[in-house]
Design a protein around this ligand. Sequence first.
Ligand code: MTE
Length: 319
Amino acid sequence: MLIKKPADILPSEITPEQVWQRRREFLKASASGIGLAALGLAGTAPSRVLAGDAIPNIQPSPLSTNEPPTSLDDITSYNNFYELGTDKGDPKANARFLKPRPWTVTVDGECAAPGEIGIEDILASFTQEERIYRLRCVEAWAMVVPWVGFPLGDLLKRFEPTSKAKYVAFETLYDPEQMPGQKRRVLDWPYREGLRMDEAMHPLTILSTGLYGELLPNQNGAPLRLVVPWKYGFKSIKSIVRISFTEKEPPATWNRMQANEYGFYANVNPAVDHPRWSQKTHRMIGDGWLAKKRETLPFNGYGDQVAGLYAGMDLKRFF
Ligand code: MTE
């Protein structure tokens, strides 16, 4: 994988011009004391916090790829988020139902300091980096997303996991009023996912609070979603309200639904086909439907960094 050094990456390379111009205005206003009110971004009252609000002080990450990012329009209009509908266009159409403020994440289980943390605290304490990740989705398409996020491990450490914490479990909000898709039992709600502790602590595993320099659009999992770039997209659980340290492997929604199709690990692996389609190639969104498919790399191209986590494991069995 090609990795750019932070100094090589200009915000203008990873962010559309109108977005980074707005971010510069935002930073200038904050620095000059005009304050956020002048830009209509003051306070954290639920109605004033919108997807598209700039996130200040973002630094480019050394973990970014130098592939060109997928367009903002594609990233925000072609989504899987069954709580907001099962068609790819539904999450954007139904995004208005989800209210990402106020928002609290409960952290519990095998840890010495269980508790709750609000999204404002998360944004103030942790969010600072802009990374470009390739997120490959389960139906064999891929996007390059300039996520804003921070290592999940930074948040987990605050709650002091004990030696019994072998896994981390995640849960999405359950509220059929905000998530109309939950009125139908297409999945066993709430959506759940899990990681092994070493996967969760890996620096490539991030919690995302934004993309393209702005707060996460609801359809992408506002206000907080997981991103695990070497795994298929279904591991990247959206709109998280609970994180629990567990001793045993936690339930994961798709794995529970169809274990023969969706393994717990879900590492991108061209050598293991999905029972209904090959996983050797994928379509890059933005290439167009007629373009030649691209070759899928083990661990989505992040093998150098993460293959060691699975040393000695039979990845055809633990897929
Ligand atoms: N999280 C929740 N809560 N509900 C979902 O339906 N879909 C998953 C994952 N996270 C899903 C979810 C799947 S299958 C994929 S491919 C990715 O989100 C899609 O993320 P994106 O819409 O930001 O591309």
